[in-house]
Ligand binder design. Structure first.
Ligand SMILES: [Fe+2]
Length: 255
């Protein structure tokens, strides 16, 4: 073999070896990325399962009834803090893979941090989605009939629901719910409790709620909680409440 041929063979061999090394490294990288991608997806599924949903409207959408600054702080600071603290409280526990409603059904066996922050996380999302810009008016269809049947009139329902919010001592929530027999009822819960929790005085499926913590109204209404509650009726999203009612009836197998 002459010198030129030998040199050429060395160059070709070197090139092939280099290429093989690149391919091997690329395969390792792909395997690494795939493995970590799965890990990331698992991590994400935990986070996504309990996601911090965007507010369903702009901060000023509920003006003048609920002001922009209150909504910015209420959603961006208070609600976000409940969410973050809830995620921290369930990290590394069986609750990470549970449905939040199952956590609530067994809330008495979990730490207080889960009850307070899980409640705060869920209740606020439920509250945001029960309101909309240019809301208010009257419920229609089946829900309207059920409200009249249960409370004699819409005005009487409004009064009882408002009173539940006005008379809640300290901080908490007022609720319209469906019991397990398909009957509507009104209740209120302290702090961040809700009617899905096993510790609730009266358990039921929530349909509508109002947050009566001072942080929900103090900037605009100061100590006048009743004025905030009166204003709330202008932003209720009855379409959403109606679909919650229909879904609740379905879950109870009631037509
Ligand atoms: Fe709140």
């Amino acid at each position: 073999m002459n010198k030129n041929k030998l040199t050429l063979r060395i160059i070709v061999f070197g090139f092939l070896a280099l290429q093989y090394s690149f391919i091997a490294k690329a395969q390792d990288t792909t395997k690494y990325l795939a493995k970590n991608d799965t890990k990331n997806q698992n991590d994400m599924s935990t986070i996504n399962k309990f996601e911090f949903k965007p507010l369903p409207y702009s901060y000023d959408a509920l003006e003048p009834f609920i002001d922009k600054l209150t909504l910015e702080i209420h959603y961006g600071k208070h609600h976000k803090a409940y969410y973050d603290n809830f995620i921290t409280a369930i990290k590394g526990t069986e609750m990470e893979s549970m449905d939040i409603k199952d956590i609530f059904r067994n809330i008495s066996k979990y730490p207080m941090a889960v009850r307070n922050n899980g409640g705060g996380y869920f209740n606020h999302t439920f509250y945001w989605e029960g309101m909309k810009a240019s809301g208010g008016g009257l419920p229609t269809g089946k829900l309207s009939d059920a409200i009249t049947k249960s409370f004699t009139s819409f005005d009487e329902f409004k009064k009882q629901f408002s009173d539940a919010g006005k008379t809640r001592f300290g901080s908490g929530w007022a609720w319209l719910c469906l019991d397990d027999k398909g009957n509507l009822f009104i209740c209120s819960t302290p702090n961040q409790d809700n009617p899905l929790m096993d510790i609730a005085e009266k358990k039921g499926i929530p349909l509508l709620t109002i947050d009566v913590w001072e942080h929900a109204y103090y900037l605009k209404y100061q100590n006048k909680r009743p004025d905030y509650i009166d204003a709330f009726w202008n932003v209720v999203n009855w379409k959403e409440v109606t679909s919650r009612y229909e879904a609740a009836l379905k879950s109870l197998n009631i037509k």
